[in-house]
Design a protein around this ligand. Structure first.
Ligand code: ATP
Length: 258
């Protein structure tokens, strides 16, 4: 794949969205380094309000780094992060929660010794107090968490821990949820359930930026997708177009090229 494959990098481009409302999240020409090593070499992408945008790519392509730069966990060396058109790069991640960004990092990272309920309450730490309606919403989305509310999180299954990590982020009332490989290490049936719940979360009004190695699942859920290779966007298009693109199918869906 090469940069000549790249189409208009704005989700919704071609249907008037170019002149439409300011996107919820926009990354402009982000350069991120780990020491001397460049992990992102000019990544730009757009996440319109209400949509699901998928970020695909092989191991080490820069997907997690992109999410970390968007959520303030990493500061870019150059480039801009805009939330509703306002610069937010330079603002630390714990502050960005207040701006409506929730981040579910790779590897789940629940508080293992706390109960499910305590974990969920931690997710609301930026609000004055947890909103009972949010707790109700999480328990409706994830009935298993309701059943296990008093259980210590470290004893949950991998799928339940992923549900808890997502639920905890929802307790902060995010407008935009950044999800880093929610399917990682989980059985296909659980992955299916988690994607169905992500669809519901989006339908309830939360915008999603989803990093996935599971390109097929991600593109079935997404409106738009970006493909990263060695720190740069090499393709971007509407999700159905990416899903049927032979180069994407060969590289990320394990199909042989004819
Ligand atoms: P994966 O699915 O393996 O997490 P990824 O697409 O999310 O891959 P990143 O984790 O963003 O990729 O990594 C991008 C590049 O930055 C890789 O070359 C990786 O080795 C490097 N990198 C990531 N984290 C660090 C770190 N803490 N220190 C040094 N280099 C890092």
């Amino acid at each position: 794949m090469s940069t000549d494959l790249e189409k208009d990098a704005r989700p919704g481009a071609g249907d008037g969205a170019a002149d439409g409302p300011t996107p919820l999240l926009e990354l402009r020409d982000l350069h991120v380094y780990y020491g001397a090593i460049g992990a992102l070499k000019g990544v730009s992408l757009t996440v319109p309000e209400g949509q699901v945008v998928a970020l695909l790519g092989a191991n080490g392509a820069g997907k997690s780094t992109t999410l970390k730069a968007a959520s303030g966990m990493l500061q870019p060396r150059s480039g801009e992060v805009l939330l509703r058109g306002e610069r937010v790069d330079g603002i630390k991640s714990h502050e960005l929660v207040r701006f409506g960004i929730g981040h579910v990092p790779e590897g789940r990272r629940v508080f293992a010794r706390m109960t499910v309920l305590e974990n969920l309450k931690m997710g609301a730490y930026r609000l004055r107090r947890p909103d009972p309606a949010d707790l109700e919403r999480v328990f409706t989305l994830f009935p298993r968490l309701a059943d296990r509310r008093k259980q210590v999180a470290g004893t949950l299954s991998g799928g339940e821990q992923q549900m808890l990590a997502i639920g905890r982020a929802l307790m902060g009332k995010p407008e935009l949820l950044l999800l880093d490989e929610p399917s990682m290490g989980l059985a296909p049936l659980i992955v299916q359930q988690i994607f169905e719940i992500l669809k519901e979360i989006n339908e309830q009004g939360t915008t999603l930026l989803l990093v996935e190695q599971n390109a097929s699942q991600a593109l079935q859920l997404a409106d738009y997708g970006y493909v990263l290779e060695t720190g740069a966007v090499v393709m971007s298009d509407r999700a159905p177009a990416l899903l049927s693109d032979p180069r994407v199918r060969a590289a990320y869906l394990g199909e042989a090229v004819e």
